[in-house]
Design a protein around this ligand. Structure first.
Ligand code: 13P
Ligand code: SF4
Length: 371
């Protein structure tokens, strides 16, 4: 049996992780109370229930970044993934500190674009005669701060799934083409919804010479899509939509725009996690939904809306778990909070100053265009 841990004592993370999740509840609540208004706890919709129920605010990436930019709290405990905590640090004041309860909570999509690869891609574009005046780099929030800074420095900006269209419009008002990083699906879905044909988009593969695309194709394309994806959302297939429609006539299919274009085309609606929550909330009693997004959010919606006469199922029964979001456990949260009570900041996320400046420019541009 694990050694009992005295609440508030500074002990190793392993001690916390050896204890059952439920035993952390009172400790998290007590630490939260002791910290009062000095600390704000942000929870992304994909967090597990045992963690997200302690959040002061829940939301999608856009909403949480806005809250991070506006909160008076000194400590921002981010129950989400690394790029979200980085953005909170970029947007926060100098006297604020951002904590990610588990440093291993990354995002596999964000990892698909490294700054050296993006710089090499840009050189390829410049060699093809496509400099800054013709191409605007636009990055999804799900990217490292270095890539956000890369975009900011070249006149570009950041977007989330809730404001991608506005960001595209902003970019097209200032440049002929967009280089969209790192999610090819969000980029394709957004551009297509604006009337840009699939034949006007090319995919740049950072693992191939010249991106695996000719200079001529780059010159004629309107949107250059980075070859990145979310492994959770890419698993949804058009067949899943056909299957639920055949099985449950009248079902409403709502998916996240990180899903493939073929899936989004068959869906009734697409939107960010916050938009998905709103879809279910605003629906009439008796509506049935198949949702194409991470399983924790789907299960939470199913549980919350069943008593209100709305049925929610996952678009794909095999379930899609974001393993990195899942890494933040009650033990990690209790450890981070109890250390804070003791005056110790653990797992601080701190973006380097030179990166911070341009990343902030790109994020501020996003906040200015709104969601
Ligand atoms: P949202 O901005 O919709 O919350 O999406 C974030 C994310 O990582 C989805 O996979
Ligand atoms: Fe990244 Fe996909 Fe997880 Fe979202 S669901 S955090 S895009 S891996």
């Amino acid at each position: 049996m694990a050694t009992p841990v005295v609440a508030g004592a500074t002990c190793s993370l392993d001690d916390y992780l050896a204890m059952p999740d439920y035993s952390m509840d009172d400790r998290i609540a007590a630490a939260r109370e002791a910290l009062g208004e000095t600390t704000v706890l942000l929870g992304h919709h994909y967090q597990r229930d045992e963690v997200v129920r302690f959040a002061d605010f829940t939301g999608d990436s856009y909403k949480l970044s806005k809250i991070a930019a506006e909160t008076p709290a000194k400590y921002i405990v981010f129950c989400g993934v690394h790029f979200m905590a980085e953005s909170a640090d970029v947007l926060g004041r100098d006297d604020q500190q951002v904590i990610l309860p588990d440093m291993n909570a990354g995002c596999s999509m964000a990892d698909m674009a490294e700054i050296s690869q993006v710089e090499a891609c840009w050189e390829t574009l410049v060699r093809a005669g496509l400099g800054e005046t013709r191409v605007m780099p636009l990055t999804y929030m799900n990217s490292t701060a270095a890539i956000k800074a890369f975009c900011g420095e070249r006149g570009g900006l950041v977007c989330t799934s809730s404001n991608a269209r506005k960001a595209f419009e902003w970019a097209f008002a200032r440049a002929e083409k967009i280089l969209f990083l790192p999610d090819q699906h969000l980029g394709r879905n957004t551009a297509f919804a604006m009337g840009i044909g699939l034949d006007e988009m090319v995919v740049f593969d950072p693992w191939q010479i010249g991106g695996g695309v000719t200079a001529e194709k780059l010159r004629v394309a309107k949107v250059i899509l980075w070859k990145g994806h979310c492994s959770v959302h890419q698993r949804f297939l058009p067949e899943h939509v056909d299957h639920v429609r055949a099985k449950y006539p009248g079902i409403r299919v709502v998916v996240h725009p990180e899903c493939r274009w073929e899936v989004c085309q068959k869906a009734d609606a697409l939107g960010s996690t916050e938009r998905i929550v709103a879809e279910v909330e605003q629906a009439r009693e008796g509506t049935m939904f198949a949702i194409g997004t991470e399983i924790h959010l789907v299960n939470r919606l199913a549980k919350e809306y069943a008593p209100k006469g709305k049925r929610v199922i996952t678009l794909d029964d095999t379930g899609c778990l974001c393993t990195t979001m899942y890494r933040i456990s009650p033990g990690h949260l209790a450890w981070a909070l109890e250390n804070l009570v003791q005056g110790q900041v653990v797992n601080r996320i701190e973006v380097e100053e030179d990166v911070k400046h341009w990343a902030r420019v790109a994020l501020d541009r996003m906040l200015e265009i709104r969601g």
